[in-house]
Write a protein that binds this ligand. Structure first.
Ligand code: PLP
Length: 393
């Protein structure tokens, strides 16, 4: 497919593997084996069974009747929030733990922002009886305390990252440092479609289950396998590419990715990478990222820890450049408002990250006969403290 990674590890001019020499053997080993392992019948059987019986897939495609009436259109919600552990992240961690086992790895490390990827990683490590260390920014440990507790209960060690803004970027730096020091026995489970090739491709393969199911479910519910719009939020971009993947070549489907613009695109407190960024290298790949004129990475900001990242995965940089995906953004307050709206109209409390995708409904005019799928990437339990602080309606 034209949007898949090429044999050199690039999506157009984005991607690649810009890594320290110490990591070459690890990345080479992954590169040489991942497709063969993932496509083997033995892997596929275990992966499919765990997704069904442990994660709870397929997740429902729910017709949101009252929300549809409010916006005078047809809105469906892909319920990734109903997955075990509460977000789409587990699709990827299940896949990667099975890959790590087959590569003979005995120790798992991960980075986490909102804590959802950390929880999903700690969960699969408990499931498989493998040691787990999760790096998390100190700021995020405070704002996502329930997830820190969950990781600890699951038996993972949570190590604080204390540099920079003490958020996701800094946790990722720490995880990469750990991997450099433990290259042989350790597998690094990256939580989004970021990092050096082949990680973005691996995570895309595991998350594409979302749009695979969506096609079947759309056909069952509407008689057509495609909606007019798919909307998803973007931190690194894993839930979005999961929701888009099987529709990338069907250009009749409008794909909308929503970044967090924090206090506003021009406020200096934002994470709207595609508006503010330019090409550069972050965490092992060439992509679009927020940086100053000297190429120093700018500190991002968003109320939602999961979107508080200065880059996007290289596949999204390419999808933006080729205009296949339309990038929009929503502010903190627009997201909070959208979260309350979904909660009061449908009885579903979304994650703060997801709320940014929902905020696009207010800003876009849809026609009465159009169908829209919003990817509900996760549930809001972890964000209750923030929501209650902003209880204004
Ligand atoms: C981590 C997370 C995100 C952002 O990550 P992507 O890789 O962009 O999907 C979005 N929503 C939820 C609920 C998350 O936990």
């Amino acid at each position: 497919m034209k949007y898949d990674v090429n044999k050199n590890g690039y999506y157009g001019s984005f991607g690649g593997a810009y890594i320290p020499e110490m990591l070459y053997p690890n990345i080479e080993n992954l590169k040489k084996n991942y497709i063969k392992i993932i496509n083997s019948p033995d892997f596929q059987k275990e992966f499919t069974e765990l997704l069904r019986d442990y994660v709870g897939r397929p997740t429902p495609l729910y017709f949101a009747k009252r929300l549809s009436e409010y916006y005078n259109t047809n809105i469906y919600l892909k319920r990734e929030d109903l997955n075990h552990t509460g977000a789409h992240k587990i699709n990827n961690t299940i896949g990667q733990i099975l890959l790590a086992k087959r590569l003979g790895k005995k120790r798992i490390i991960a980075e986490t922002g909102a804590g959802q990827h950390g929880v999903a990683t700690a969960t699969v490590c408990a499931l498989m009886g493998i040691e787990c260390i999760v790096y998390m920014g100190e700021t995020d440990m405070k704002r996502q305390a329930p997830n820190v507790a969950r990781m600890k209960m699951l038996g993972a060690e949570v190590r604080p990252a204390t540099c920079g803004n003490k958020t996701l970027k800094d946790a990722t730096n720490e995880a990469i440092r750990d991997w450099i020091n433990n290259p042989v026995n350790t597998h690094y489970i990256i939580g989004s479609v970021v990092g050096p090739h082949p990680y973005p491709d691996i995570v895309t393969m595991f998350q594409s289950i979302i749009s695979y199911e969506m096609k079947i479910q759309m056909l069952q519910k509407t008689g057509k396998d495609s909606p007019d719009y798919i909307i998803a939020c973007v931190g690194g971009g894993s839930n979005a590419i999961g929701a888009f993947y099987h529709y990338l070549e069907n250009t009749k489907v409008n794909l909308i990715a929503v970044e967090a613009s924090g206090l506003g695109v021009n406020s200096g407190k934002s994470a709207a990478t595609l508006v503010l960024g330019k090409p550069g290298i972050i965490h092992g790949s060439k992509t679009i990222l927020m940086q100053n004129d000297d190429g120093q990475i700018t500190e991002p900001y968003s109320i939602s820890a999961g979107l508080d990242y200065p880059g996007v995965g290289p596949i999204h940089a390419y999808l933006a450049e080729t205009k296949r995906v339309n990038f929009k953004n929503a502010t903190d307050s627009e997201a909070i408002k959208a979260a309350y709206q979904l909660t009061r109209i449908e009885g579903i409390i979304p994650a703060l990250e997801t709320a940014h995708a929902l905020a696009i409904l207010e800003k876009t005019k849809f026609k009465k006969n159009e169908t829209i799928v919003i990817n509900i990437s996760g549930r809001g339990d972890k964000d209750m403290e923030t929501y209650i602080k902003h209880l204004t309606i």
